[in-house]
Design a protein around this ligand. Structure first.
Ligand code: PMV
Length: 377
């Protein structure tokens, strides 16, 4: 039976059931190899707190990164007796990676209703990061996005007539089910995730390329990532999101997140760097304030994180350069600045900030164009 695929109009309200195939594929290819590189991202307005089904409590927006990425190859083979969820082997940098099994098990379980054909296959997944393994940089966003893009290619092979917009949305939708922020790693430059009245086409279900006017300064923004603490975080993001449930400031925070998207729209349009700096830094500190005021409370910043922040403030005050910081759920610092300020900022980072990094390590990154298909058949 040929299946019917929905054609989506812009702004149409979508529900998860829109991502369930209308029928089984006509043929299942025997075997093949798919491979994608997906970027990491750094949120400007943070996603912190979620609802059932990996849906965000407030919308978020992030720069897509360029250098920090995950490359994933998926080899698939049709199996006689279908197993649901599908069987898989996972390797990281060429070696078996049993520690990734649980996460991918959960991922397959969650996406199976949306890709039921997966149970007809066995998978070999090979994955590697372009950034150092123990850098304290979360690879779940880029990792889940790369895997989702591979599986979406498989779906496309089974259902050749898919609408390209549907494919893009569903790749983000699937990635989201692996890790919320991964929904923002299937697009380029600036990606928005979360339903918001001022952002046309936005949805809690998937990320979209920021659809409004963007001053070119933001397309080449620089991000120097300072590796302050390369160890494992003491409190995972999953636990942190959970602690937002009964958080005394949750309601105000979620409202603030929504309002900040409204605040960013003119900042992006006009290239207002002063307002950008103020908003981005406040977001980072608010994220960590939520952690410090959770029950139980915790601190992920390290003394060096604060030292770096204070020096950035001093540099900005004395030099007037539009450089600012943001933080993930960890101690590492992302130093953000326009490409035109490189000459001033790069030596400042080397002299004043690198001494606070573990083994003097940094990653020079910038806004990137999005994922890249490496192989597909
Ligand atoms: O995608 P998760 O569940 O790892 O959550 C990520 C949360 C932050 O990185 C702290 C913020 C964000 O929006 O990326």
């Amino acid at each position: 039976m040929p299946c019917q695929w929905p054609i989506f109009a812009e702004n149409q309200h979508m529900s998860p059931s829109d991502f369930i195939p209308g029928g089984p594929p006509e043929v299942l290819p025997e075997s093949g190899t798919l491979s994608w590189q997906a970027p990491s991202n750094i949120a400007l307005v943070k996603y912190w707190g979620k609802k059932q089904g990996q849906l965000p409590m407030n919308p978020s927006v992030s720069f897509t990164l360029d250098a920090c990425a995950t490359r994933t190859e998926v080899r698939y083979k049709k199996v006689g007796g279908a197993s649901a969820p599908p069987s898989f082997e996972i390797a990281f940098e060429g070696r078996p990676a049993p520690h990734f099994r649980k996460k991918i098990d959960v991922f397959f379980e969650r996406i199976l209703p949306y890709q039921p054909f997966l149970s007809g296959y066995a998978f070999e997944i090979d994955t590697e990061n372009t950034f150092p393994h123990s850098s304290g940089i979360a690879s779940s966003a880029s990792g889940m996005a790369a895997l989702a893009l591979c599986l979406m290619d498989l779906e496309h092979a089974l259902y050749p007539g898919l609408d390209p917009q549907y494919v893009a949305r569903k790749a983000s939708f699937l990635a989201r089910l692996g890790s919320g922020s991964a929904s923002r790693s299937t697009g380029g430059s600036l990606v928005h995730w979360g339903a918001h009245g001022s952002v046309p086409g936005s949805s809690d279900l998937f990320g979209i390329d920021f659809p409004l006017e963007l001053d070119p300064v933001f397309r080449t923004f620089q991000d120097t990532i300072l590796l302050v603490d390369k160890g494992q975080k003491q409190v995972s993001s999953t636990a942190g999101h959970g602690l937002m449930q009964d958080h005394p400031y949750a309601k105000a925070r979620f409202g603030q997140g929504r309002n900040r998207i409204d605040g960013l729209i003119p900042i992006f349009r006009e290239g207002d760097l002063q307002a950008f700096v103020a908003m981005v830094e406040s977001e980072a500190l608010t994220l960590h304030a939520m952690m410090m005021t959770s029950q139980p409370y915790y601190i992920l910043m390290k003394p060096a994180t604060l030292q770096i922040i204070l020096r950035i403030w001093e540099f900005r005050r004395t030099e007037g350069a539009p450089v600012c910081f943001t933080l993930d759920a960890g101690a590492n610092v992302h130093v953000l600045y326009p490409a035109s300020s490189r000459e001033k900022v790069v030596p400042f980072i080397a002299d004043a900030l690198l001494p606070f990094c573990e083994d003097g390590q940094q990653i020079s990154d910038q806004v990137g164009a999005g994922p890249v298909r490496l192989k597909g058949d």
